[in-house]
Design a protein around this ligand. Structure first.
Ligand code: 4NP
Length: 157
């Protein structure tokens, strides 16, 4: 069955929209059928496109994320997605605090699917260009690990 993945960061204009676009591109390349969205725990940027710096940095790597629009996490997300993937520990804590007891999703830290020690995708919003590229490096690793995990799950289903 098609797995449903929601990436979650704070503003939904930098990290989680990049993860959404990269997973969509890599899943297509690998022939894995997924439903992918992203959202923020905050509502400041609702309806906005991703940050122009992230659109540019992602575009240079071949990922087109300019059409995506920010939204806030909704209670229904806890039932409509299989995985809610937090970009950092604070996003993870916020998701758990809002979680209804009868939720049907798994709430995980995204980079726990990546090989390596780094667990958090740092917020690049107040930094320079390097921060955006570092985030993209981490997301590419995490997405590959996540797809390996999903393919293993599908094989054993
Ligand atoms: P994001 O980055 O959580 O990766 O989308 C941020 C974007 C905006 C803000 C904070 C983080 N903000 O405070 O507006």
């Amino acid at each position: 069955m098609t797995k449903r993945i929601l990436f979650v960061c704070l503003g939904n204009i930098c990290r989680s929209p990049a993860a959404e676009g990269i997973l969509r591109a890599r899943a297509k390349e690998r022939g894995v059928d997924l439903a992918i969205e992203s959202a923020g725990t905050g509502a400041w940027h609702e309806g906005d496109p991703p940050d122009a710096r992230m659109i540019e940095a992602a575009g240079k790597r071949g990922y087109d994320i300019g059409h995506q629009r920010a939204r806030k996490v909704d209670l229904s997300d806890y039932y409509e997605f299989d995985y809610l993937l937090a970009m950092d520990l604070s996003n993870h804590t916020d998701l758990l605090e809002l979680a209804p007891p009868n939720r049907t999703c798994d709430i995980r830290l995204f980079l726990d699917f990546a090989e390596g020690e780094t667990r958090e995708t740092p917020d690049p919003y107040y930094g320079g260009k390097d921060g955006f590229n570092h985030v993209l490096d981490l997301i590419e690793l995490g997405v590959d690990g996540l797809l390996d995990h999903i393919e293993d799950e599908d094989d054993s289903a």
